[in-house]
Design a protein around this ligand. Sequence first.
Ligand code: HEM
Length: 282
Amino acid sequence: MRPFQMNKLYNMFPWLMQLLPGPHKKLITLWQRVTDFVREKVNEHRADYDQSSLRDYIDCFLAEMEKHKDDTAAGFDVENLCMCTLDLFVAGTETTSTTLYWGLLYMIKYPEIQAKVQQEIDAVVGSSRQPSGSDRDNMPYTNAVIHEIQRMGNIIPLNVVRTTSEDTRIEKYSIPKGTLVIGSLTSVLFDESEWETPHSFNPGHFLDAEGKFRRRDAFLPFSLGKRVCLGEQLARMELFLFFTSVLQRFTFSPPAGVEPSLDFKMGFTRCPKPYKLCAVPR
Ligand code: HEM
């Protein structure tokens, strides 16, 4: 049985699965190690916390704890601090790296698109300095390619599972409080009434007739609304800087005789299966 299926079983029958060996045990041990690490960091911060000089997220959270110490319902406690800190790591690492895996895979699959991105990098950034965030507005083609990588990569196809906090009505449907809601981002990212060629990699989806970048309402890899991805701006900046920096320095290609495959595996994110590429310095 695959680890993903074992973990589903664990969610259904935790009391039983705790008694059985399997990959879920490894996951639990590793998770424990990571949470212990965060708890240790929180304790170190508490030991030399100075209200007049807040150093980082943990210090700011400790300051809120101080402010709300008489309000237990406010949610500012050590347990929540540890979990929120972990949230940032869990939500902010694999998402960005998986998108970059898709990015390089699409670049070796479509070398002519890679070449056009490199032309734009050479024209706007050159080779003597690193790309910076302010270059993005002058690089519509690269920006469009990154958007198309995110659309086709579709790394969180079923969004993050939520529950309704009150009885809710959406058009003719009534959803009782406490219902598990799974939104399909796939349905929007591949909507046949929104995209010209929904199932093909086509940076033109994000370019107008003059080659200027154009936003699309159906581009929702970060979801939308009140619970929209908290890290969207950070992620977009990271993707741009990593993607342009590596393509400025290297040209990527598949190993000789290998046709790149878009097969994926499903875990926390929808990730390409491991693949090999050649990175040739430019
Ligand atoms: C390519 C990168 C990323 C993608 C595609 C992505 C996508 C998403 C999606 C679809 C959600 C669920 C929104 C919903 O429930 O409607 C989410 C939530 C979240 N993301 Fe991201 N994310 C990315 C990177 C990041 C980064 C870099 C961070 C922070 C360091 C981050 C932090 C979060 C947090 C904290 C939430 C939960 C927000 C809440 O519950 O209010 N994400 N993200």
